[in-house]
Write a protein that binds this ligand. Sequence first.
Ligand SMILES: Cc1ncc(COP(=O)(O)O)c(C=O)c1O
Length: 396
Amino acid sequence: MLSNRIKELEASPIRRLNPYAAEARKNGKKIYPLNIGQPDIKTPNEYKSAIENYEEKVLSYADSKGIPELINSFVEYYEKHNMNFTKDDIIITNGGSEALLFAFLALFDLGDNVLMPEPYYANYNSFMHIAGVNVTPITTKAEDDFALPSKEDILKLVTPKTKAILITNPSNPTGKVYSKEEIYLIKEVALEKNLYIIADEVYREFVYDGLEFTSFAHIEEINDNVVIIDSISKRYSACGSRIGCIASKNKELMANMLKLAQSRLSVATLEQIGAANLVNVDENYLKEVNDEYRNRRDVLYNSLQKMNGVICNNPQGAFYVIAKLPVKDAEKFAIWLLTDFHINNETVLITPAESFYATEGLGRDEVRISYCTNVEALTKAMYLLEEALKVYPDKK
Ligand SMILES: Cc1ncc(COP(=O)(O)O)c(C=O)c1O
């Protein structure tokens, strides 16, 4: 018998449609994948060149905390963002994903509760499930630009079991960038109720329209409460490197977190060598990448705006949008796109958004669309989506 824990763990909703996509591809269809956050931007050469120059004869384990060069490169990076972390405040992880898992395991006991705005990154459900944590959603809506409710309304959701608030900023899946006021509002709730703040800031660079990004690490008053989740996956289009980190000024937490890092021995040595050299990437790289995504965002948003019955807000960060479609069930529509629809043997892959909500029934007519792909592909994909919606039989 397998454990109930594993049997009850849900398959990733972001990848759940993959078998349909595989079947469609087998049947010769070309698919524009707007379902995952896999950028098509070139990874900077600095990554590979550092690995190529590696000369050690033995590929040994690295320190469980991470190699000093990489930790120092994060310190340097944080300095540039006015985030005051020293090398003792950082543990290198296998992507932001492992940082999240460690945070859940280190902060929560079975049956504890985490508060987080919904819709939220669906993989949080897996980490919560593994750690035995329940979620209380702070519901946010496209029609309010996914703004947080008032402090009073958030305080009402806190129970004796609530240990932490998780904020993804900028947000996957909504593209929301939290204002300084909203960040301070969360800070006040955390101080008043003595809660940790898990700040998933893996999309820190992807903020558009001149908006200011406020990190929880900018607020000294809550140093001990804050755990930053970070990753180079999206920043440097290095998803396959699996390099991320967890950063916190809370010494007790970091000392205990290290035990988790030690249990898995270390993160891949060569990947850390490559990642450490990314501090030497020209500063224009991130600026150019930011311009590129903003441009893609404009293409996507303008196309969606023109489609009959489609409602979405203009996302200001990350590279996703939540769109309400004029269909009864977005999952059925997403499957239909793969099984029944095509124009000249081409179709689109999008993610049904229901799994990004904890509240039953929300998001059933919504999808998450990622704009990680180039403008040409995105334009084509939007044309296909518009035509598909015109002929889809199960509309609202
Ligand atoms: C909000 C958010 N956090 C964390 C991650 C984890 O990414 P990785 O494990 O590649 O660093 C992702 C990936 O899409 C994400 O969207």
